[in-house]
Ligand binder design. Structure first.
Ligand code: NAD
Length: 265
């Protein structure tokens, strides 16, 4: 069965869709006919230009919002504006996230607060706003981009692991509470994905090992994964697309690894 244009008439809001996994996901969902709410921390002019580009490339409706997810009132305004403009957020992809690596003892308080706010609390607030209209329509897809760090831990990632384990947990609650309304909620748990988010970690590894960036990128993957390649962002987008299909209507409350067998070990 082809999935072409099967998301026509649906609107997808993807947080953090100006870069990396979110941007790739926006392209995949738009290719399949969804209207897109782009979101991320870029200048308004750049975001509006991206939305125009989406409209002309895919023949869909697109809008951009640059809400800072560290601020609950900005999240509220983002959700209200999306629902007012396009009627509903049928597909909510909570993807925006940040990283900071440091030992627990030395972890800066402001980084802890920012990671919890952006990577975890924002997921709660967007779901709280999106669910009522999903319920009214009797259909909704919530896909929260967690991480393998929602399932297992790594050194120097206390805030990130706490937030991503929290995402996995709150997603399960969303799945249970909305199971009778045609709404599914799932977490995706990627391993290494080739995006700007991990470039600081690769550089750090390269510096410590005294090797080139490209070599560090290859070596870092196999410290954790059995499959020696990083996933590409569009692979995460394709998994998100599958979760939006009718075939996936019974998948809910799951935490799906796409991690090159990282968590199989
Ligand atoms: P990225 O850095 O390429 O993109 C992050 C996006 O989030 C950008 O659009 C940015 O503008 C937005 N963002 C950051 N802070 C924000 C804020 N305060 N308010 C609003 N938007 C904000 O990152 P990515 O690698 O594409 O990561 C996307 C998600 O995938 C994150 O949640 C990340 O934790 C998760 N993830 C990434 C990897 C990986 O290896 N790259 C692995 C597992 C999980």
């Amino acid at each position: 069965m082809t999935t072409a244009k099967q998301l026509s008439g649906k609107t997808a809001l993807i947080t953090g869709s100006t870069s990396g996994i979110g941007l790739a996901t926006a392209h995949v969902l738009a290719q399949h006919g969804a209207n897109i709410v782009l979101h991320g921390l870029v200048a308004d002019e750049e975001g509006q230009a991206m939305a125009k580009e989406f409209e002309s490339s895919y023949g869909i409706q697109a809008m951009f919002n640059g809400a800072n997810l560290a601020q609950p009132e900005a999240i509220s305004a983002l959700m209200d504006s999306a629902i007012r403009t396009v009627g509903a957020v049928d597909i909510l992809v909570n993807n925006a996230g940040i990283q900071h690596t440091e030992t627990l003892e030395a972890f800066p308080e402001e980084k802890w607060q920012a990671i919890i706010a952006i990577n975890l609390s924002a997921v709660f607030f967007t779901m709280q706003k999106a669910i009522p209209t999903m319920k009214q329509k009797g259909w909704g897809r919530i896909i929260n981009v967690a991480s393998v760090h929602g399932l297992v831990a790594s050194l120097k990632k206390s805030a990130y692991c706490a937030a991503k384990h929290g995402v996995v947990g709150v997603t399960k609650v969303a799945a249970l509470e909305n199971a009778e309304y045609g709404i599914t909620a799932n977490s995706i748990c990627p391993g290494w994905v080739d995006t700007p988010l991990i470039s600081a970690q690769i550089q750090d590894f390269a510096d410590k090992q005294g090797i080139e960036y490209a070599q560090a990128k290859r070596d870092l993957v196999t410290t954790k994964q059995a499959i020696p390649d990083m996933a590409q962002p569009n692979q995460i987008g394709e998994l998100i697309l599958f979760l939006c299909t009718d075939a996936a209507r019974n998948i809910s409350g799951a935490s799906l690894p796409i991690d090159g067998a990282w968590t199989a070990q």
